[in-house]
Design a protein around this ligand. Sequence first.
Ligand SMILES: [Ca+2]
Length: 460
Amino acid sequence: MLLMGACDSSDYVSASFATLNVQFAGLPAGADAYARLDGPSGTVYFASSRTFPTSAAGMYTVTAFDVLAGGNVRQAPAVQSFTLAANETRTVTVTYSAGPAFNLQLQEVLGTAAGLAGPIDLQAPPGDARLFIAERAGRLRIFEAGMLRSTPFLDISGRVSPFAGEGGLLSFAFHPQYASGQPFVFVHFIERNNHTNGDIVVERYQVSMDPNVLQTPGTEVIRIQHWDDNNHYGGRVAFGSDGMFYLSTGDGGGSNDQFGNGQRTSALLGKLLRLDVSMHPTPPYSIPADNPTWPGAMPRRENWAIGLRNPFRYSFDAPAGLLYIGDVGQGQREEIDIVASNAPGLNYGWNIMEGTLCFAGPCPTPGLTAPAHEYDHNQGCSITGGYVYRGAALPELQGRYLYSDYCSGWLRSLRYENGIVTERLQWTAGPNTNVFSFGEDGAGELYILTQNGRVLRIVR
Ligand SMILES: [Ca+2]
């Protein structure tokens, strides 16, 4: 009995620990701060005023970082250091000041008069001044020196159109060494064929003697049957900084993941696939040796991640080594998943979870990767994932992830660092119409592509 009394930890806590309040000031209502607290017990990052009720006595520092809010850069005060005594209650105030004005605008590069048939992807090899624009109707177009070239880079409209539902040409990717000996473009589309809802197809094309025209025909890389419904095809193709080729696929369509593809490891639907296409065309692709192994009957090792519903747009942020996935929800939640880009074998939860909500089956379920950010259907209905800004024209925006929503047409950003989401902003300028996609040019500048045919550059 004596020992139990002597070791009563609650007595020890109440007798020795101090209380630290960190308060933020100088920000618009609802705006996120961003700060780091270093103390005897380690480091914590946080984004709003917070009480640390069981702080150990000792030396502390509060380091705040500049944030964007309300049309300004909000400048953080200098680092504050102090000693917290046992049993003390102390409040530290971090007061931001208004710095230079900073806001985003949308500059029209191509308007409806250009007649683009559904611009849905925009890419360029690094350093290439041309904009390569995918039309959903099945063409790749080139915009150069202020002009849209009349001859397409590629025209496969006869294999794509007319499309139904969410079909069409959906995305394309340049080989990472496009300009240095690997002049290949990987084109991703829903092929119109005898099966009403088509196949998900990726083909590799090679540039011709004319740098503004691709040779035809292409060579098939992968084909995935998608015959039951004309929605939830995925998808995007992209190369990771590991040199591997990624393809996101939707769950096969309809509703509720009626075929159970998201959690079925033998299916290639509702997944993020990771393929090695460096041996192409013999064979079309190989499966990287470090792809994950999966439980279940006859699992497909092309699968890098499972449990996705309709990951229409995802992107890699190479400088931070992160992967951002915008996974379109069903009736309630739109989500952004943010993970280390080299983390294999993740399960993003669909259709056990929709965002952080239970959807079907036992929930919560261990082992599922929850979204880093989500919003409900009061704010939108179909997330359009974008990119982390890494261009040069907007240094204030460095490291921010931009995204939109097909139904709402706003432009939002968030900042994800040190495992927390901060600086969740909705910009005053928005396309205010259906957003098909974001695009990224050869200098890392970002664009918005709208259903009504506009190409808009994100500028200050
Ligand atoms: Ca999820």
